[in-house]
Design a protein around this ligand. Structure first.
Ligand code: GLA
Length: 437
């Protein structure tokens, strides 16, 4: 009965979200902000697009080329009120750039704010929703990131925020051009509750920075459900924490957006970046690269091209969710799990502490959400970073289930796909996974 109810619930939330029929899986692409900030220009965008192709990122699904803040001229067109691009940065105009990106087989996205100004102080779209949406459609835009700065106090309750963001949603739909609508109101008023029907994704927190788990007071929220001031300098593990209780609200056509990726932007170790990419993929955040994709180390490339993780991110299912978080000395360990569209189970263990942790996993813990049926199964485990089958895990008829023992390195993660395997092979399995990251 329970699985049937869950299926119905996801059917309703999916069908409600499909007003524009887009982002049935989390959008993937590249955005200019995290690396280039306000320094974006035509050349940077075209070189990024070309690199996405030459590095084969497009084949993996990275398809949107997104121009963030600072593309605008000082003022709108004084006669029509239409938005105008900064000709110094975009000498051939935005339409020409969009055409060139399309000619490469990619999609194009642009940025504005549901306020008087954007966060970098360019003109915003509040009160100009229709003309802006029409102009974007005329340029051939496929995606709008819509920010929250200078909103004139039009926030504070879900209904007020809904109305302000719905104005752009309706304006986009009225153009007849399909455009992904990516809300960026930093979780204010709980967009996962009020924006499911109007937006394809919604940022859940203040801005990310390339940091694993520092607490910076400029990202002041301690809990996403009671956050009045989103801020910036939000570390990877803090944003992941914010996402934990609201995974249930994310699904096809309406995704929780944990912010753009910081893979390749320095300051994080290999293991920290593996954690960042794994968790963004598994909680079904949009996978928007935020590094300089024209110049990447083999390490960066290996992380962002993990096809097994991308396949799960893109399988249409909702996020995996957190089962528990337990304190250890100077940190914590966490267990997350969930199901894939083809009936495998994903589980992952994180260690935020400064020492390697030995973690004992209880079978029932990992498979709790999958119900009793799974308790009678044996599984083959596939390590999504080591890319090998490491173990069997299960309970042959009449035998007790055993725990799985894992070593998880400092600031690292283990990610496994568990696939049902014949019961006969259980029990002969190694109990401990010996391959460590
Ligand atoms: C806000 C957003 C960022 C970025 C900047 C641009 O801070 O949250 O992602 O778009 O504005 O000014």
């Amino acid at each position: 009965m329970v699985p049937r109810l869950l299926a119905l619930a996801s059917f309703f939330s999916a069908s409600l979200a499909l007003r524009n029929g887009l982002a049935l899986t989390p959008p993937m692409g590249w955005n200019s902000w995290n690396y280039f900030s306000c320094g974006v220009n035509e050349d940077i965008v075209l070189r990024a697009a070309k690199s996405m192709i030459s590095y084969n990122l497009t084949r993996l699904g990275y398809e949107y080329v997104l121009v963030d803040d600072c593309w605008q001229a000082d003022t709108r067109d004084p006669k029509t009120g239409a938005p105008v691009e900064d000709k110094g940065r975009f000498p051939n105009g935005m339409k020409d750039l969009v055409d060139k990106v399309h000619a490469m087989g990619l999609k194009f996205g642009i940025y504005s704010s549901a306020g008087t100004y954007t966060c970098a102080g360019r003109f915003g779209s509040l009160g100009y929703e229709e003309i802006d949406a029409k102009t974007y459609a005329g340029w051939g835009v496929d995606y709008l990131k819509y920010d929250n700065c200078y909103n004139e106090g039009r926030a504070g309750t879900p209904m007020i925020s809904y109305e302000r963001y719905n104005n752009m949603s309706m304006a986009l739909n009225a153009t007849g051009r399909p455009m992904v609508y990516s809300m960026c109101n930093w979780g204010e008023d709980g967009p996962w509750n009020f924006a499911i029907e109007i937006a394809n994704s919604y940022r859940i927190s203040g801005d990310i920075y390339p940091n694993y788990n520092d607490f910076d007071i400029r990202c002041p929220c301690t809990d996403v459900l009671d956050c009045k001031l989103a801020g910036f300098h939000c570390s990877v593990m803090r944003i992941l924490d914010f996402s934990a209780p609201i995974g249930q609200k994310s699904g096809s056509g309406h995704w929780n957006d944990l912010d753009m990726l910081e893979i390749g932007n320095d300051d994080m170790t290999l293991y920290e970046q593996l954690t960042h990419f794994s968790m963004w993929a598994l909680v079904k955040s949009p996978l928007i690269l935020g590094n300089d994709v024209t110049s990447m180390t083999p390490q960066t490339l290996t992380i962002i091209t993990n096809d097994a993780l991308i396949a799960i991110n893109q399988d249409g299912n909702g996020p995996i969710t957190r089962r528990w978080k337990k304190p250890v000395k100077d940190g914590e360990i966490q267990l997350w799990s969930g199901g894939t569209a083809n009936n495998s189970i994903i589980f992952t263990v994180l260690n935020t502490s400064p020492t390697t942790q030995t973690v004992y996993l209880d079978f029932a813990d990992v498979f709790y959400d999958q119900g009793r049926y799974y308790a009678r199964q044996n599984f083959k485990l596939f390590d999504l970073w080591m890319k090998d089958e490491t173990d069997n895990w299960g309970a042959p008829a009449g035998q007790a289930q055993f725990n799985l023992t894992l070593e998880v390195a400092t600031h690292s993660i283990r990610v496994f796909r568990a696939t049902p395997a014949p019961l006969e092979s259980a029990g002969s399995a190694k109990r401990e996974s010996e391959k460590h990251l």
